[in-house]
Write a protein that binds this ligand. Structure first.
Ligand code: AMP
Length: 572
């Protein structure tokens, strides 16, 4: 396929506001692609060059693009700047500046050039490569290439839309669960698309976990009491819930890769864990998961989350790893030597996990009891909380590892759910208001936020948030949101309320609220007969959660469950 054809598909995608149409357009795109092209088209449609876990970024600034455009088109940088000011988008600027036909490059040729730009280290080399790419592109192609390089393609296509489209393109909706399964096992939609194209349904049925490809993480549901845990799981495993950050470790002989909860490559951040993995694991090829938490070596106590989180940093890595060494409390084993362990029951995975850990120092198995008594769970819970842990995690003994899904195979019980509703909620920013009074001078005074609804792959509004940030944070927020602003409501956002500025649903923040109420103004949980749900007295308790993707925000279902728990608690 020519890159121009892909650009024309992008144009059609940009022009539609309906998610269903998007899936149809994408399905027709995927049908027209060959085995060697389909993966690349998937990455580019998502605005990426490779799946995020590869950690490859373009590292190209606006300034660099303007420089390249000026050289390629033979106009002054000042002129490019002026046009950009007027257009507000560098893709549109490139489209207007470029007057030539281009060299009719294929999708694969352009992809290769883009990849080279990303992999090139020096700024000068990058600009040269950009110039040569721009010279080969027509104006429409340049519009999208520039946006991709800047990480601002913003077609509004998410993973779920791609999955729907792949299913339709390959012959039917029933394929969807197989595609999802494969995606959950490798986190690489390009790879899944390629396998599907190459080997059809059979290739997906045979899809297995692979070292080096992060497995999408299993998540926990929540309940309000130990009795409810036993009611749901019967005899079960109960573990301490450590308040650090989750890591998935891939060990292939002497080679180690580490992925974060949202599957970003974090290998370079944790030299102490890598050393521990090489020392403490008695096996060659392993994928395991654990919670990393900093411990005060003097007292043996856990540091609070605020201290642990400082280890997520780009600079001063060595220094901090000495000051706050991490322990990895391992709680699951997903792959061992040649075998996919995700399909085995929890108890078997746990047994093998304990066998391969020598429990010397950095890597330890999480503390665990097996019980069918709510009383015993209560006691374990109290003890954990007294030691500064977050609470407990209960696990169904015979359940497989359910990659990429949240269900009752894992159940969390945190201290804050006991008593009135006081759990925090992760929400996605979908728009903002200019603000009044003192805030007006900042140009931002409130946010419209939403929760995720997986069944429709949309974001439903649940609250306006106007407090909890410092003035400095508001300023930074405004800058960040400015970069993802849209001229109209995003196709995946469902809202009755209007805002001053719509933005791409990209940033997650954590908020606290006094309670959840029913409200006709919000779309979360709204049906034809019933109003939606809203947060009362919301305030932000975190700045942007870099570790969460929009789809990792709490769901409509979570809100409804919290509402029910709150009702029950207030009746007790
Ligand atoms: P939450 O983030 O509140 O939904 O709780 C789930 C998170 O708890 C997981 O993603 C892990 O990061 C963390 N966690 C801490 N200890 C454990 C454990 N023993 N088993 C599973 N997850 C744990």
């Amino acid at each position: 396929m020519l890159f121009l054809e892909l650009a024309q598909y992008f144009q059609r995608l940009e022009e539609t506001t309906s998610r269903l149409d998007m899936a149809d357009i994408l399905a027709s795109l995927f049908k027209n692609l060959g085995v060697e092209e389909v993966d690349k088209a998937v990455y580019l449609t998502l605005g990426e060059i490779l799946p995020a876990f590869r950690g490859v970024e373009f590292g190209v600034s606006e300034k660099l693009i303007m420089e390249a455009l000026s050289k390629a088109c033979g106009v002054k940088v000042k002129q490019v700047e002026a046009l950009y000011k007027q257009k507000g988008d560098l893709g549109d600027t490139a489209q207007e500046l470029i007057k030539w036909e281009g060299r009719k490059l294929s999708l694969q040729q352009v992809y290769t050039e883009l990849l080279q730009i990303a992999q090139t280290k020096g700024t000068l080399d990058k600009v040269m490569k950009l110039i040569s790419l721009l010279k080969g592109l027509s104006s429409l192609e340049a519009r999208y290439a520039v946006r991709i390089v800047l990480g601002r393609l913003r077609l509004g296509v998410g993973d779920a839309t791609i999955i729907d489209a792949l299913a339709v393109a390959s012959g039917g909706k029933d394929l969807k669960s197989l595609i999802e399964r494969a995606y959950n096992l490798c986190s690489d939609l390009g790879l899944v698309a390629k396998r599907l194209k190459e080997g059809g349904i059979k290739a997906l049925e045979e899809f297995r976990v692979q070292l080096g490809y992060p497995i999408r993480m299993a998540l926990a549901e929540r309940v309000a009491s130990a009795e409810e845990i036993i009611k749901r799981l019967g005899r079960c495993a109960v573990e301490a819930k450590y308040d650090g950050f989750r890591l998935q470790v891939h060990k292939d002989g002497q080679k180690v890769e580490i992925f974060s909860r949202n599957l970003e490559r974090m290998t370079n951040m944790f030299p102490d864990i890598i050393k521990g993995v090489l020392q403490d694991i008695r096996a060659q090829r392993v994928i395991l998961e654990g919670e990393a938490i900093a411990i005060n070596e003097e007292t043996g106590e856990f540091y609070p989350f605020q201290v642990t989180i400082q280890r997520k940093r780009k600079y001063g890595i060595e220094e901090y790893s000495k000051e706050y060494p991490l322990k990895l409390f391992c709680f699951d084993l997903l792959f061992l030597e040649e075998e996919d362990y995700t399909v085995k029951p929890f108890q078997e995975r746990r047994k093998a996990l304990e066998e391969i850990l020598s429990n010397t120092n950095t890597l330890r198995a999480s503390e665990i009891i097996i019980t069918d008594s709510p009383k015993e769970i209560e006691a374990f819970f109290e003890e954990a909380v007294t030691r500064g842990l977050e609470g407990i995690m209960a696990k169904r003994l015979d359940a497989p590892y359910t990659a990429g899904s949240r269900n009752f195979n894992w159940i969390k019980l945190k201290r804050s759910y006991r008593g009135a509703l006081a759990d925090t909620i992760d929400v996605v920013i979908v728009g903002y208001y200019y603000g009044r009074g003192a805030r007006a001078k900042l140009g931002i005074g409130g946010l419209l936020v939403a929760v995720y609804e997986p069944s429709t792959d949309t974001f439903k509004t649940v609250s306006k948030v106007g407090s909890g940030f410092t003035e400095e944070e508001w300023r930074t927020l405004k800058d960040l949101l400015e970069r993802v602003k849209l001229s109209h409501k995003h196709p995946r956002v469902d809202s009755i309320l209007d805002v001053d500025v719509w933005v791409e649903p990209r940033y997650v923040i954590t908020v606290n609220a006094d309670e959840i109420t029913r409200s006709p103004l919000h779309t979360a949980g709204r049906t034809i007969e019933e109003p939606g749900y809203a947060l009362r007295f919301p305030r932000a308790v975190s700045f942007i959660r870099e570790d969460k993707n929009p789809e990792d925000a709490n769901t409509v279902e979570d809100i409804i469950r919290l509402y029910q728990i709150q009702k029950r608690v207030s009746m007790e």
